[in-house]
Design a protein around this ligand. Sequence first.
Ligand SMILES: C[S@@+](CC[C@H](N)C(=O)[O-])C[C@H]1O[C@@H](n2cnc3c(N)ncnc32)[C@H](O)[C@@H]1O
Length: 249
Amino acid sequence: MKTVDLFQFNASTNIPATLQRTTMDIVEVCNSVFRPFFRNVANRVQEEALNSGCTHIVEMGAGNAPITRRLLESSEGSLTFTVCDLMPDEELYARLEKEHPKRVQGLTQAVDFTIPRQWPPQTLLVLVACFHHVPVAERAAAFETLTNSADRVMLFSPVKKTLFCMFAAVGILVPGLLVPLIYIHRPARLRRMFWCWLLPIAPLIMLWDGVGGCVRQWTTAEWKAVEQNQNLPRSILVESTPNSQTVIC
Ligand SMILES: C[S@@+](CC[C@H](N)C(=O)[O-])C[C@H]1O[C@@H](n2cnc3c(N)ncnc32)[C@H](O)[C@@H]1O
């Protein structure tokens, strides 16, 4: 199956911030209420940090920082965190910094993970559900840049390029429509009701991005080709389940 650069709303800086935040809420419900994907990712990151000797985690393309939030709750003070995104959620970052002084820093300027940037030693970069946004033609070079910028890089995807995942992605409409109810006790409930019920654009965007996200993924064989053709500092390990993929370098 060919990898196609289908347009993704979540990589667009042109949608309103309130709509963007609502799509992040839907992603969160899918990957925490409907399946324990974020919990599993957080556990895997913690394990890899321990094994690789990394003490600082940078969550890039963080959205509402699902992995940092979970690790802040579950890990000891030995791990510190930076959260950043092309469209930073400044309000959330400020809250995390206030609740966990000295352990977390939110970068309020846009950080594009395709642009070279040198991170301090013992840094582990974590990208969840976002690397597939990089256009196919630029992706291998972007991965080389990332892996040369830190001691360890982990890419997590909650979907794969398979027909099974594409069909399953249609199911995102269910959490998309339920999110205002599921998060009824959380702040910004009117925002969610507006974008999911009154003008239900958020579930439709997630439907498009969900199916498109599958089409944009790379298979294990395609990742192995990257390993052969690019100048990477370490070898690539690809871990796979029927509906998720982890790439570690
Ligand atoms: C589907 S969301 C995933 C957010 C979060 N990682 C999660 O799993 O909930 C994709 C995120 O990637 C970010 N993103 C897309 N392209 C990016 C880039 N080149 N640099 C940094 N962030 C990017 C978007 O702003 C968006 O927040």
